[in-house]
Design a protein around this ligand. Structure first.
Ligand code: CMC
Length: 374
């Protein structure tokens, strides 16, 4: 019996959310091209679009923003929990813990009310991720200021200020990472939702799957590669020693669905040059461009091109975030995608996800008593 390792090319749901053409390098949310959405919308507009199926008019957007802002304030027990975690802890572990603690409330999946939970969870998400950063930096925890929209409130709660270029880059990053059909983390969320577990627990399951370097952790790994190379003159030598001769994977390259340039990567590459760069950031960007050239020359023929995580670390760092936040910033945005998929699944096609395994162990054996074992 054939097993599809990695569930490659297995379709697990119908979706009206996200369309990907992996050969043409196209990504659309609810029919709108990712480039149009990044250029013309803010994160909350995309949240509304994903949750309700249509772009909001100005009144709908204002009401949606208000309902998110009402939940910027985190329950006290979550604030205490974050501040009690060791500061050295991984930021995704902190995210998992914080979301798991929110599931301690009395909750039953309810198809009539599940979408109404979305603005609440998005508001709490902002409080959680910004306070994870504050805790890592040794600052006291504080709730985001509801005077500001999502991206700005986030940057202000992390850094105390935010300029227009950084707010716009943060908005773009949030929009870019919203959804990508059913990667490992979304699938983990769907498995949990298919048992009618609660929405917070689904996010916890998804966050655990996002953590690894083959999924969300790739931005961090890709950025560390650039630090390891250190200098643009060292790129060729590093590529030959580590990738070609060392048979290591080039991080930030390759994708299960794209066989060409990931459209999200092109947006991040451009964003990296629109933000102000320090000399160190300029140097890392130059290294990345040179490494991209070599990678595409070597692997392009096999359909392996740079993916979204190749330049995103550079952008996050230019906004002001250290490496340990990169994967969590991906998760910060993807919470919306997870919520969109689990509500769609439970409302429209709920069925317990319970695959099978092909048994390859020994045939029936006689039991061996302890004294007779070797
Ligand atoms: N560098 C070098 N070779 C690669 C790479 C890479 N980054 N990616 C795939 N290959 C090769 C691989 O060695 C294999 O070669 P061969 O057939 O000769 O053994 C072939 O391509 C197929 O690899 P695979 O692992 O079976 O393919 P996959 O569809 O499972 O790979 C992937 C998808 C993302 C796991 C893989 O491309 C990879 O490990 N990339 C590096 C990590 C990374 O950047 N991940 C971020 C993915 S995008 C963001 C997200 O969705 O989370």
């Amino acid at each position: 019996m054939a097993v599809s390792l990695g569930l490659e090319d297995v379709f697990i749901k119908y979706t009206g959310l996200t369309f990907i053409d992996g050969n043409a390098g196209v990504l659309r949310y609810r029919g709108y091209d990712i480039n149009d959405l990044v250029q013309n919308t803010g994160f909350e507009e995309v949240c509304y679009l994903m949750t309700n199926g249509e772009l909001p008019n100005s009144q709908q957007l204002a009401e949606f923003k208000k309902s998110v802002k009402e939940h910027y304030k985190l329950p006290d027990h979550v604030m205490e929990l974050i501040s009690d975690l060791p500061r050295e802890a991984d930021t995704l572990t902190m995210m998992e813990t914080a979301f798991a603690s929110l599931s301690s409330g009395d909750y039953q999946w309810n198809k009539e009310n599940d979408r109404k939970q979305v603005p609440k969870i998005l508001g709490e998400n902002l409080g959680i991720i910004s306070n994870i950063y504050r805790h890592k930096m040794g600052m006291g925890l504080q709730n985001p200021d509801p005077k500001y929209d999502y991206a700005e409130a986030f940057l202000r709660n992390c850094f105390g200020n935010a300029d227009e270029k950084k707010i716009s880059a943060m908005n773009a990053a949030l929009v870019i990472y919203v959804d990508h059909e059913v990667p490992a983390s979304t699938t983990a969320a769907l498995v949990a939702s298919s048992t009618l577990s609660d929405m917070y627990s689904c996010i916890t399951a998804a966050t655990a799957a996002l953590k690894g370097p083959l999924h969300g952790g790739a931005a961090e790994a890709a950025y560390k590669q650039l630090l390891d190379i250190g200098n643009v003159d060292n790129v060729e030598n590093w590529f030959k020693t580590n990738i070609l001769d060392g048979k290591r994977r080039l991080m930030g390259f390759g994708h299960r669905v794209y066989r060409t340039y990931d459209p999200r990567m092109k947006i991040f590459k451009k964003l990296a040059t629109t933000l102000e760069q320090t000399d160190e950031q300029k140097k890392l960007f130059e290294i990345a461009v040179k490494l991209e050239e070599l990678g595409v020359k070597e692997f392009g023929g096999k359909g392996i091109y740079p993916n979204t995580d190749y330049y995103s670390g550079i952008v996050f760092n230019e906004i002001g975030f250290p490496i340990y936040m990169f994967t969590t910033l991906f998760g910060f945005s993807r919470v919306l995608g997870w919520l969109s998929h689990i509500t769609e699944y439970v409302e429209e096609e709920e069925r317990l996800i319970r695959p099978r395994a092909v048994y390859t162990g020994p045939d029936k054996r006689d039991f061996v008593k302890m004294q007779d074992r070797k």
